[in-house]
Design a protein around this ligand. Structure first.
Ligand code: ATP
Ligand code: MG
Length: 570
């Protein structure tokens, strides 16, 4: 491609409304342009990178036995009503009507469409398992579209769905998909982890998010310093062995603690460690009051509370509810002498607390020397707290560290959540009708592109990995008005194309400085500059990532490019 014909409008200034580096650089380098909030055009360079991401995904999905197809974006409301999501999906679902007043959704995801297709076409166990995928534009009216392609309202997703006659069969495909995702994100050069995630309302424990570790990530991940353990911090189990205290138990006594309410205030008021304080939090779980206790230096994990109670809902009690149940405001509540209808559950760490401080259920008062089992009874000790940095990793290997993550992919065992309401059934070996079991597997294609840009750049621009670069080689004629240089560059362009490289050739009659600045912005892995020494057959080879620069005779150029690319591929 000759750059004089390339549509890549570059910007020198940082666009004011772009607050992450990938968004700034993709705009500045002319890869994308915004059309409306969360809605973008892919300009030619962006489109080339997108093609490469898609090609990697396609190859790995097909290798894993998934078939590519395309489903419509316009989806009948009836289908969404059948699954129930027409009512539960909320304002993220873009809804519209046709000229006859029939309602449609612009597909944010395709479980309904694919399930209705497969239920109509597949009737026998012999046709299962079946794995189908598509790469397509999705629509979600996100509350906060932001960070450019990272959270758009119109974005490109790869979504795959698998159908099975048994859970065992789903287990096999799920592992295959995880392996394919590992290959995909490795080939994109990303630093990522497969993270155990919360299954939310759907339940089931096999649900992994593929997270790129990044400072701008919206999710917090707990991962092991030594193993591949990684989980969303909401999900990470705490598997810490607490040491029994050698302190002898003292007699509980009530003390005046003035205005001190929070754990921090109490520990400073009494000059004790936060780990000496019992943190008491009142929940209303399925309309019943439950007092949840954790050690003062720990935090209550509401998801774990809900799971341990097996409750449909578990919400923090409001100050009014707290006062009604415990006759005291939050801040002075505690487990001693609570009314009988209040269930007490506690985190494992609380079992090991000796002579602790807890609220006295009386304004301005706490108890000190409180001992579980002696001064109050706990109905269940369980894992109820958030994991913390420095805790032992739950798999016993290494310690926990935290990182932020960008979710680029998601694999999920759906079970029969969609096949049930949509009646996707098949006849088994015995001719008996059974409900299909399903899995779904998404990748944010445009988000992946942005995540790569976010991780690979410097102050001068983007730095694409070989696998995704819009071109392999950038040839620059330092002075296109110089006939020798222009002629030489033209020949070199043909030669490198002949050697199989996709080349961008800057033949514009611009100053060399402008050309170099644009080249740095684009981030093509290697750059060949044809300058004054062209007359002697010498060019300059520069590696974008390392900045390494060498003068090379043109006869050795192809070999030199090859070896630089081999170095970059490592
Ligand atoms: P998030 O928590 O980021 O909103 P999600 O859980 O809603 O993601 P899924 O429904 O699992 O996402 O969609 C599959 C994939 O599509 C995600 O893993 C993500 O990479 C991508 N994706 C989701 N929403 C967006 C968006 N608004 N813009 C770009 N990519 C997105
Ligand atoms: Mg979402």
């Amino acid at each position: 491609m000759k750059q004089s014909r390339l549509f890549a409008p570059t910007l020198r200034e940082i666009p004011a409304d772009a607050d992450v580096v990938s968004h700034q650089l993709l705009l500045r380098a002319g890869f994308i342009r915004q059309n409306a909030a969360g809605i973008y055009s892919f300009l030619p360079l962006g489109k080339k990178v997108l093609h490469k991401v898609e090609a990697i995904i396609r190859e790995e999905m097909e290798n894993a036995g998934s078939n590519e197809m395309t489903m419509p974006s316009l989806q009948l409301a009836e289908l969404w009503q059948e699954s129930g999501r027409w009512y539960s999906y909320g304002p993220e679902l873009m809804r519209l009507k046709d000229r006859h007043g029939r309602e449609f959704a612009l597909g944010p995801t395709h479980e309904e469409v694919i399930t209705s297709l497969v239920r109509d076409e597949v009737k026998s166990y012999k046709k299962l398992p079946l794995n189908l995928f598509q790469i397509q534009t999705k629509f979600r009216d996100e509350k906060r579209p932001r960070f450019g392609l990272l959270r758009g309202r119109e974005f490109i997703m790869k979504d795959a769905y698998s159908f099975h006659s048994s859970h065992e069969s789903l287990d096999v495909t799920y592992e295959d998909m995880k392996a394919a995702y590992n290959n995909i994100f490795s080939r994109c050069g990303l630093n990522f982890r497969a993270v155990l995630a919360d299954s939310g309302a759907i339940g089931g424990k096999d649900n992994h998010e593929f997270m790129v570790l990044s400072e701008i990530g919206e999710d917090l991940i707990a991962y092991s310093s030594e193993s591949d353990f990684a989980a969303n911090i909401e999900m990470a189990p705490v598997n810490v062995i607490y040491e029994a205290s050698t302190e002898s138990k003292k007699k509980m006594e009530k003390i005046h603690t003035a205005e001190a309410k929070t754990v921090a205030e109490i520990s400073s008021f009494l000059s004790i460690d936060a780990a000496k304080v019992i943190k008491s939090v009142l929940f209303i779980a399925d309309e019943e009051p439950v007092l949840v206790l954790v050690r003062g230096d720990h935090d209550v994990n509401e998801i774990k509370v809900k799971n341990v109670l097996g409750a449909a809902s578990a919400e923090l009690a409001t100050p009014e509810e707290t006062e009604k149940v415990l006759s005291c405001k939050p801040g002075n509540i505690g487990p001693v002498s609570v009314p009988e209808n209040v269930k007490i559950i506690a985190d494992h760490a609380v079992e090991y607390m000796v002579n602790a401080v807890a609220g006295a259920n009386e304004e301005n008062h706490h108890y000190q020397h409180v001992n579980p089992g002696t001064d109050f009874e706990v109905s269940v000790f369980a894992d109820l707290r958030f994991i913390q940095e420095g805790d032992a990793s739950p798999d016993g290997k290494g310690v926990i560290r935290f990182a932020k993550g960008i979710e680029v992919g998601h694999v999920f065992k759906l079970g029969q959540v969609y096949s049930n309401p949509l009646n996707a059934s098949f006849l088994d070996e015995n001719g008996k009708s059974q409900t299909m079991t399903m899995g779904c597997y998404g990748i944010g294609v445009s988000r992946t592109l942005a995540a790569v840009a976010e991780e690979n750049n410097d102050e001068r621009g983007l730095i694409w990995p070989l696998s995704l670069a819009p071109f392999d080689v950038h040839i620059i004629a330092a002075n296109s008005k110089d006939e020798i240089q222009a002629d030489f560059s033209e020949k070199l362009y043909d030669k490198l194309k002949g050697a199989g490289y996709d080349c961008l050739y800057d033949d514009r009659k611009e100053r060399a400085g402008v050309k170099f600045a644009d080249a740095d912005l684009f981030g093509i892995p290697v750059r060949v500059t044809v300058g004054k020494k062209a007359a002697e057959g010498i060019v300059e080879l520069k590696v974008r990532k390392t900045g390494e620069m060498n003068e090379i005779h043109v006869t050795e150029l192809i070999e030199a490019i090859k070896s630089q690319r081999e170095l970059l591929a490592r």
